[in-house]
Design a protein around this ligand. Sequence first.
Ligand code: MG
Length: 170
Amino acid sequence: MFVGIGYDVHKFTEGRKLILGGVEIPHEKGLEAHSDGDVLLHAVMDALLGACGLGDIGIHFPDTDDRYRGASSMELLKTVREKMEVEGYEPVNVDAVIVAQAPKMAPYSEFMKINIAEALALHPARVNVKATTTEGLGFEGRKEGISVQAVASVEEIGHRPPPAGPKDRT
Ligand code: MG
C-alpha cells in the first residue's frame, strides 16, 4: 500500500461556474483556471499520482496544452485512473478537505463523493469529502479562493495474492 498527498488552490473570479467534485454549486463566483477549475479533483488527482510515483497533473495535463483548455476535470480524473492501471496500481481510498469560507459545501459533498467514487470505480465508502472554514482567517477566510488538501492510498495490482483455483481447494 502506498499513500500520496495533493494540494491545490484556485482563486475566485466573476463570470465562471463553481464546479467542485464534478458538481456545479450555485455561487456568485467561480474559480479561475485553464481547465474547469475543479480544485477538489485537482488535489485528488495529485494525491493519486503521488501515491503511484507518477508526478503530478501538471506533467500529465500541461496548462500550456490547448487540449486541456476548459477541460472537464471529471474526464481528467478518469484518465488518471486509466494511467494508474497501466502502471499497475489501483486506488484504495481517497480523503479530501475543502477549505472555503463560502459557499456551504455540506449539501453537495455526498454528490462529490459519489462522482469521485464512480470515476475511480471505487465503492463510495472508500471516498470521503469534507469541508471546513478557516474562521475568516487567510485567503480562504477572505473568500478570495478555495484550497483543497487530499490524500489517497493505492495498491499494486500485481502484488495481490492470486485467486484460489480449484487445485488450491483440495
Ligand atoms: Mg488546479
